[in-house]
Write a protein that binds this ligand. Sequence first.
Ligand SMILES: Nc1ncnc2c1ncn2[C@@H]1O[C@H](COP(=O)(O)OP(=O)(O)OP(=O)(O)O)[C@@H](O)[C@H]1O
Ligand SMILES: [Mg+2]
Length: 234
Amino acid sequence: MPEQQTPAITCSDIVKTYGENSSKVVALRGISLSINPGELRLFMGPSGSGKTTLISIIAGILTQDSGNVRVLGTDLSTLSDTEKTNFRCKNIGFLFQVFNLIPMLTAEENISIPLLLNGVNKDEALERSKQLLSDLSMGDKIGKHPNQLSGGQQQRVAIARAIVHGPKLIVCDEPTSYLDHHTGTMIMELLQSMVRKNNVTLIVVTHDARIVQFADKIDYLEDGKIIENPATAH
Ligand SMILES: Nc1ncnc2c1ncn2[C@@H]1O[C@H](COP(=O)(O)OP(=O)(O)OP(=O)(O)O)[C@@H](O)[C@H]1O
Ligand SMILES: [Mg+2]
């Protein structure tokens, strides 16, 4: 990887607060970072340290109070809501910590949503979804609804939905929390191969020490800040 390239992500002094007055919580206290295209970056840190808040801002789901974020060359704050939604649809795959699958739709239909939003016709979208499910060892689950699937199976459907449209940036919040060792490793290998093959940038939040081996770099968050000396982190 060349030393100097335009970063896929830059954050400068991001601050984010929830609530007001006595219920005010400062979730991020000035986060600055830069992530290269094709990099696999992990965010680790204790519960409540701000990991989900940070990746939600990077993915344009939340807006920071102050500071700047550039994602794939675009400053999201310059976009209208519709432009931001279109940008996210096309360029970003997001795996939520809670999977957010749509209960009325089958696994295959859930996965096809990003393709339909990007104008792929329904038959092709379902075909590609089916193929991806089978790559994830779930070919027999295409017609199942989320409530007919185990936590680990729902997690794989949600992962498939995050990657099916070939986004340039994939953001995963705890992608292996429900998965056994074998399946967790399989998912990380699949994600890593997408990163390597297509120069995708991958951001993963995790508590899972087994994922560390896949990272190009790890940032440790504590109390809304990136800490420089992880040796003291838990
Ligand atoms: N919608 C919200 N309203 C108010 N406070 C919130 C909200 N979301 C998060 N927070 C607070 O912001 C801080 C950071 O939360 P965040 O969800 O980013 O942490 P996290 O590192 O992802 O934690 P976990 O590992 O438990 O998922 C916490 O103190 C949390 O209580
Ligand atoms: Mg979280």
